[in-house]
Design a protein around this ligand. Structure first.
Ligand SMILES: [Zn+2]
Length: 362
């Protein structure tokens, strides 16, 4: 394979692509969950005469609607497991390709896969997505309950008949579905677009990027590579922008460079960030590596951290001016990129293991 010169500050389409896949699949889970919930509000509430008349019947109906949030929580866990398997495998193999070590004995294996799975879904702990779906359930149930209570209060004042109460309740349930329940305002009616910066958007960005970065640096470390540069992904953030192109030592063992932890302490790779470390090649990138090694690292003051931000600025100034193409943005409208191998979501643990099996780069 011919060696390509390392290009700092270039767009990072691989992460953008995986991010889009993660988003599209999550939005599909959410849209399907919402559809089930809305259908049930209309069906169970609208078709059940006891709903308006009888408090315990109403609670049964609400419990039935609420059970869809539990089902959705399970699907959200499956989504995060698929994310870990897909992104972990892709980025591990991407590092193997970048470092030209595809033939080395080190391979993506089950231990790595399980590590990435734990990153998105810790054992014995509810996942972030599942916790969120329970919050949504609580909010939506509260909204449904207060609609019911409002109608009953109005009925007490105006003396509506039972039939009128029922009719009024059903009308209001219907309009709640049409206007959307409070928890679902971030997702558009088609389920193909969501408000940027919503909880699930941030979760997708953070999980996808964290797994990608971990898998990439694990693969580098496995083959004994330690130097990587910080590269900006979509939606540049101030800290990563300041560090863009700066070489770091992943392990911190090479004292000529800041460690990855130094960069992180300065704000690089914060939650929701889509920036990446990328392998720098001792041969191809030797000028850049040598130039940065000449810079003095900042002194460690007695209190507080060394001023790595100023150091990063010097690194950037010492380099020749380069055109920075501010990166492939993740499109707002979500469409799964063509040619993505579909991973079927399965619920049983053995299927997850199967999905976690090593896969080649797509
Ligand atoms: Zn960033």
């Amino acid at each position: 394979m011919p060696r390509k010169a390392h290009k700092p500050e270039s767009p990072l389409p691989a992460l953008a692509r995986d991010l889009t896949v993660s988003k599209v699949r999550l939005a599909a889970v959410l849209a399907a969950g919402r559809a089930r919930i809305y259908a049930d509000i209309q069906r169970r509430a609208a078709r059940n005469p006891a709903f308006a008349a009888n408090g315990s019947a109403r609670e049964r109906v609400l419990a039935g609607i609420g059970s869809h949030y539990d089902k959705m929580a399970v699907e959200l866990d499956q989504w995060s497991e698929e994310l870990a398997a897909r992104v972990g495998g892709n980025f591990f193999n991407r590092a193997k390709a970048d470092t030209h070590t595809a033939d080395a004995a080190t391979r993506y294996n089950r231990e790595y896969a399980e590590r990435y799975l734990r990153m998105v879904h810790e054992e014995n702990a509810p996942s972030l997505a599942a916790v969120r779906s329970q919050q949504m359930r609580a909010n939506d149930m509260q909204a449904l309950r207060s609609t019911v209570i409002n109608v009953l209060n109005e009925a007490a004042v105006t003396g509506m008949t039972a039939k009128q109460v029922r009719r009024e309740m059903l009308l209001r349930m219907d309009s709640m579905v049409v206007d959307g329940l409070p928890s679902w305002q971030f997702l558009d009616d088609t389920g193909r677009k969501w408000e940027s910066g919503n909880y699930f958007d941030m979760l997708t960005r953070t999980l996808t990027s964290n797994v990608a970065r971990a898998a990439y640096t694990d693969a580098m470390a496995a083959d004994g590579f330690d130097l990587a540069s910080i590269e900006g992904g979509g939606d540049p953030c101030p800290a990563c922008t300041a560090w863009r192109g700066v070489i770091v030592s992943l392990s911190g063992a090479n004292k000529d460079y800041p460690s990855l932890d130094d960069a992180k302490a300065d704000g690089v790779f914060h939650p929701s960030c889509c920036c990446e470390p990328r392998y720098v090649d001792e041969e191809v990138d030797k000028e850049q590596i040598a130039a940065q090694a000449e810079l003095e690292p900042p002194e460690s003051p007695e209190d507080g951290a060394p001023d790595w931000r100023e150091y990063a600025k010097q690194v950037r100034e010492s380099k020749s001016e380069r055109e920075y193409d501010p990166v492939a943005e993740v499109p707002e409208a979500m469409e799964e990129p063509a040619g993505v191998k579909d991973v079927e979501l399965k619920s049983d643990a053995s299927a997850t293991r199967e999905q976690l099996a090593p896969r080649g780069e797509e």
